[in-house]
Design a protein around this ligand. Sequence first.
Ligand code: NAD
Ligand code: ZN
Length: 256
Amino acid sequence: MIDEQAALERARGLLARAHAVTVLTGAGISTESGIPDFRGPQGVWTRNPGAEKTATLQHYLADPDVRRQAWRNRLDSPAWSAEPNAAHRALVKLERDRVLVALVTQNIDELHQRGGSDPALVVELHGTMWWARCWDCGDRQPMAGVLERVRGGEDDPACLLCGGILKSATISFGQDLDPAVLARAERAARSSDLLLTLGTSLGVYPAAALVPLAKRSGARVVIANAQETPYDELADVVLRGSLGQVVPDLLTGMPT
Ligand code: NAD
Ligand code: ZN
């Protein structure tokens, strides 16, 4: 407890001296909004390793049964009714202080934008679940309309323009990230003097590679995550508490 308080003070000091901050968030910042992560103790894949198939591009494109399962899972996602939590909202402080270079997120839930973050500063490395995209012609449609069709009985809805396979506008396993989006995240990591990672296991690449990239470019690194990460050794400060508490404590307790 005393150690955690001392770590919090050190992290506040680093933030207070920073001129350019990049934040990297993962599923752990949204668990307190009711959206399970993948690899935490209650994670979707920790509890049901088979679910990983629906998020793998090759299986999704090749197998209609996997797509039907994916659409059924999507209908029930807790993310549709989730609200931003105290951690999402607290991050807006970095914008008010004019030090935020980019809020890079692996999340697909848009809770940063809904929590008050400027959409122009949010870099969605893994896309968004609120849109659907045709794999063949690239047409984008709001996800709500596609889910209406699924509710109406289409168990594997096809693109209305070309008949191609529809998929959520997210990055599946086996799918490349948008190069322009990744380049923007890398530029932010390289040009910042502090990288703050929140609620990510830092096990998914290339997102996790932003940490050593920032460090090599001279940034201080603060990692806040309930479980260990492969980059804890490299970090200047590691915080272990739950983010709904840690992020407001960290940012609102900052000297101004
Ligand atoms: P992850 O599941 O690999 O890791 C999440 C980490 O957050 C875990 O180490 C866990 O211990 C920690 N954590 C969970 N709740 C926490 C809390 N309240 N306070 C502090 N720490 C907490 O997630 P990842 O690193 O983001 O990678 C998983 C991939 O899954 C990403 O690519 C992402 O696109 C996707 N995903 C997104 C969402 C979402 O949009 N909300 C949800 C699940 C998965
Ligand atoms: Zn199409």
